[in-house]
Design a protein around this ligand. Sequence first.
Ligand code: ATP
Ligand code: MG
Length: 563
Amino acid sequence: MNQADPKPSLNFIEAIIEEDLRNNKNESRIHTRFPPEPNGYLHIGHAKSICLNFGLAEKYKGMCNLRFDDTNPTKEEEEYVESIIEDISWLGFDWEGRLFYASDYFDQLYEWAEKLISDGKAYVDELTSAEISEQRGTVTKAGEESPFRDRAVEENLELFRAMRDGKFKEGEKVLRAKIDMSSPNMHMRDPVIYRVLHESHQRTGDKWCVYPMYDFAHGQSDYFEGITHSICTLEFEIHRPLYDWFLDNLIDTKYRPRQIEFARLNISYTVMSKRKLLELVEEGLVNGWDDPRLPTISGLRRRGYTPEAIRNFADRVGVAKRDNVIDVALLEHSLREDLNVKAPRVMAVLNPLKVVITNYPEDKEEELPAENNPEDESMGSRMIPFSREIYIEKEDFMEDPPKKFFRLAPGKEVRLKNAYIINCESVVKNPDTGEITELHCTYDPETKSGMPNSAKKVKGTLHWVSAQHAIDAEVRLYDRLFLDEDPAGKKDGSDFKDYLNPDSLKILNNCKLEPDYAAAKAGDHFQFQRIGYFVVDTVDSVEGKPVFNRTVPLRDSWARKNK
Ligand code: ATP
Ligand code: MG
């Protein structure tokens, strides 16, 4: 939160928690959990939920568990479990050893299913899933009761055990809670709570042929773990009566978890559902789950996002009760704010144009001091080499410039950052193509720092690197993955992939950097002066040959484009 912001008032979840604390509910314990399904990589929406759950535990001196909601063995994989653990740790949160799996509770859940059967509150149904959904009715029309609804308890128990023992095929039989086929809430119309799945589970192996449905596992898992506030997104609001029904019918303690829903985070110019992200990955439209263009946490990390930027962003967007879309510019703003104070400045030329300083001695070279970060003196300074031939950015020169072009042009002066003022005397071109290959300039030796003319004013300052000292680097210019603000929200039948930005990645192979940056380490952040923030790629960099990813330009270029 910005220092100048007034002290924020409580969000609605904090208000609930404080009320519960005042009433000494659940002995004033605060215990939350983050419950990912290990069926994909985490994205920035999950980060919001992580910051919220772990953040509340921190604020109220409670605890937050990490629980894998692994009730669906068909889509879940160990790779996802590992990536989720890595991402949450990277964000800076600690579950203090309380790492659980819904599958840890399969035995107890199974027993509770038998308890419901014994209490006459669940039955084995033989209808097909198509028949079940047909008989469920509609919002305006009550559902029909299954012909198997009134089986005797003993028969239900026998059939359910046979389901467990693998005697039935998938879909042949299911266990349903016996609630109310005319409830206005469709989720209360005898929901399926257990299904047959002949699928090996990544943790329980082949032990089970029946698996609990999400609704039958979630609230109960919360209960087993002593969770007090079970925070989830709005789509579960309609499941809440069922969450409570199971607890009402299975436990009789004073303690009980409470489900609270908030609006999921949506961000413009991206897609956030794991299913869509998986599609992009599987179809090779991006380079894996950690592609720097994806909103996955691993993608953001590789792009150069910092945990602090993501946590600040999560704080800023707050907690809403209604769905909304957050401008991606806010996420980028949080990032710039963090990198501005952390990232050392360096000069890098992305599209080099050679400049020969004709009055600078051929065999001379010197070292000039340069500040590492004007925002933070403690980051010190470095020496950068200067010599007769340097590179500047192609776009910083125009042969025939418009009036307000304050960069280099024939007969014009500019300052070279940390060095001298130069004057462009002539332009050398390739005689065949007419392409500009070199500029010939002169410098004024009296204009460097500490010299009599150092304060001389010129309109433009350019970044540059010494040609003979520069190292070559590959630079990847990443941009937004989608051209449309809301690629997944169209009602015109178009697919979100129709809106992919064809220019979301440009690779530049001939960039020139200050020589010290050959030693930059994977994950190091820099500001390329006048250009943007960059990070050393963690995957493709090799020693002495870093690959740089553009994290974000210095300013929001999209805001200008769209004006
Ligand atoms: P998706 O819908 O993106 O595929 P999911 O909800 O199926 O994600 P889960 O693994 O079930 O993914 O999510 C774990 C937790 O993260 C849940 O509590 C869920 O409510 C929360 N969560 C998921 N997406 C968002 C989001 N965009 N904003 C906030 N919280 C989210
Ligand atoms: Mg989910």
